[in-house]
Design a protein around this ligand. Sequence first.
Ligand code: SAM
Ligand code: SF4
Length: 347
Amino acid sequence: MMTREELIGMLGAPFSDSETDRELFAEAVRVRNRAVGDQVYLRGLIELSNRCRKNCLYCGIRNGNSAAERYTLTDGQVLAAAEYAWRSGYGSVVIQAGERTDGVFVERIERLVRQIKTLSDGELGITLSLGEQERETYRRWFGAGAHRYLLRIEASSPELYARLHPADHRYEKRLECLGWLKEEGYQVGTGVMIGLPYQSVEDLADDLLFFRNLDIDMCGMGPYIEFPGTPLAEAPCAFARDERLRLALRMIALLRLLMPDINIASTTALHALHPQGRELGIAAGANVMMPNLTPAVVRANYKLYDNKPLQDMDLRGFNVALDSGWGDSRHFSVRTAGAPVSALREK
Ligand code: SAM
Ligand code: SF4
């Protein structure tokens, strides 16, 4: 098992040392293939709305960005995207949006989850990424048929978290939500941004250990990318953009070595920094990709950071085994072995 010092050493290796990275990525791929196989799972990403009540200092769709053109997809648009995913052989969809907690929103998500289940004869898996909610809300959405939830901790250091968010965004609340999600029976994913202002390789090593201590089932992490006009955009970063890409790939590979049987996503932000960014993520040990199914007419408005890709990759030219199953986290099955079947949902 790698120590904190070893993780720091690998993350902080000179970027000129591409041979060490090549060996690290190859080892991560070997470990992944042994633990969960070499297939890559697809989740169709549906960006439901860019309306958000929060004000994270790095995010292009933060509430305070009055220049953002706001949209919310209609039920018809969401269901059409889900149906497209199902008919195209994707095993599951991810519904992501800015954070809203009002009753109308909670009910709408519950209804949409049920409708997606019905239209796909129960076959599509549903992951939600809708921020911090009441425990009862998580319970209702699970009851409707959602079974995975992504809630990034963003930075596992409470001090760094506080520098990235306004004072009323609370680290402890985010942790509490992650605990609730697990207790409600979800497969739980979290993650961080990589290459943030004020962030060190020590912080990143601690992020990896945080994931292991939290015993997560899935991880989605990617490079931080400035969005002009956000409060954080002017803060100096220790890492140039190409270095953030390398660091993100190192993080994926090291996490695969630490937690061989979890699902690790190769995220859109990798693609924003390199045309083959997501393929590089798979070659560093990731096993999930999330092609964007948001209708083209509004896609440009879900602008979290600079240069967010609007075109998706062409999966036909992609040399890996794609799998159309739900692609549940193997770690989840191991973690929950022995739990009452009624409390779980997997396929
Ligand atoms: N609102 C929900 C939440 O925050 O959990 C889900 C949507 S939010 C847009 C999804 C993720 O986008 C966040 O967890 C954050 O890590 C990422 N993100 C936001 N701004 C970013 C930026 N400037 N660079 C990279 N990732 C960013
Ligand atoms: Fe809202 Fe999520 Fe962006 Fe924060 S990261 S402002 S919660 S959409």
